[in-house]
Design a protein. Structure first.
Length: 255
């Protein structure tokens, strides 16, 4: 009989310890507890620190407040100019209201992932391919604003959305490569034409100077002869008209 009473007492003590442990919750700094008492939510979030619950009556759900990084799977998108591309992204979000994250939606992680996928298709489908490739920051901001507006009733704040990769069909990649090559050739031709224009302008200025000073032509002629003799390392004989020397000497006498 004494043994039976001792066993019963041990069982009662053990049961009391189990109930007491279930009634005590330690909540970390980045967590909050949403407490339901007989099915009704208790006002306010519990934590961080030590939280006491009424056994059997209270039920607590733990919600993390840290930023969640979630990959958005690749989505098939048809752009505004009818180009089929595959786009994936990454989304950063966190819970700012734990009660809404528990009460307003069944699974806020899954719901945020699904809304991100549908928004990615709808927003990027409104842009042309050139905008999708060159205006990445603009598309990221549009995605963040739309997704954040839709997740706000769930107590979820979307902080950043980044488009990671835009996969193009092979034929479109070849077309873009040809377009880039044609653009480079166009720029090269413009630069070449601009150089020829500047050289022609300089030659016109030099011709104007020579026309005003006949002796300049004579000096240029002699300079050319000296350059030819230096480069070829040989003796070159040029007949020099007397009129040429007379004109040169006359211009020098006037100076």
């Amino acid at each position: 009989m004494i043994g039976l009473i001792g066993s019963l007492g041990f069982f009662v003590v053990f049961l009391f310890i189990v109930v007491l442990l279930n009634a005590i919750r330690v909540v970390r700094e980045y967590e909050r507890l949403v407490v339901f008492r007989l099915g009704r939510v208790r006002p306010g979030e519990k934590g961080p620190g030590l939280v006491l619950l009424i056994p059997i009556i209270d039920r607590a759900i733990k919600v993390g407040l840290r930023t969640v990084t979630m990959d958005v799977p690749p989505q098939d998108i048809i752009t505004k100019d009818n180009v089929s591309v595959k786009v994936n992204a990454v989304i950063y979000f966190r819970v700012v209201n734990a009660q809404d994250a528990v009460i307003q939606v069944e699974n806020y992680l899954y719901a945020t992932s699904q809304i991100a996928q549908t928004t990615l298709r709808s927003i990027l489908g409104q842009a042309e391919l050139d905008e999708l490739l060159s205006e990445r920051e603009k598309q990221n901001q549009a995605l963040q604003q739309v997704i954040d507006r839709q997740t706000e009733p769930w107590g979820v704040k979307v902080t950043t959305v980044e488009v990671k990769n835009v996969d193009l069909p092979q034929e479109m990649q070849r077309a873009i490569a040809r377009q880039a090559e044609a653009e480079r050739e166009r720029r090269a031709k413009i630069i070449n034409a601009e150089g020829e224009y500047q050289a022609a302008a300089r030659l016109a200025e030099a011709a104007s100077v020579i026309a005003r000073e006949p002796a300049a032509m004579q000096l240029r002629y002699l300079q050319t002869l000296a350059e030819i003799a230096t480069e070829n390392n040989s003796t070159t004989i040029f007949p020099v008209p007397v009129d040429f020397l007379r004109a040169f000497m006359t211009s020098m006498a006037k100076k």
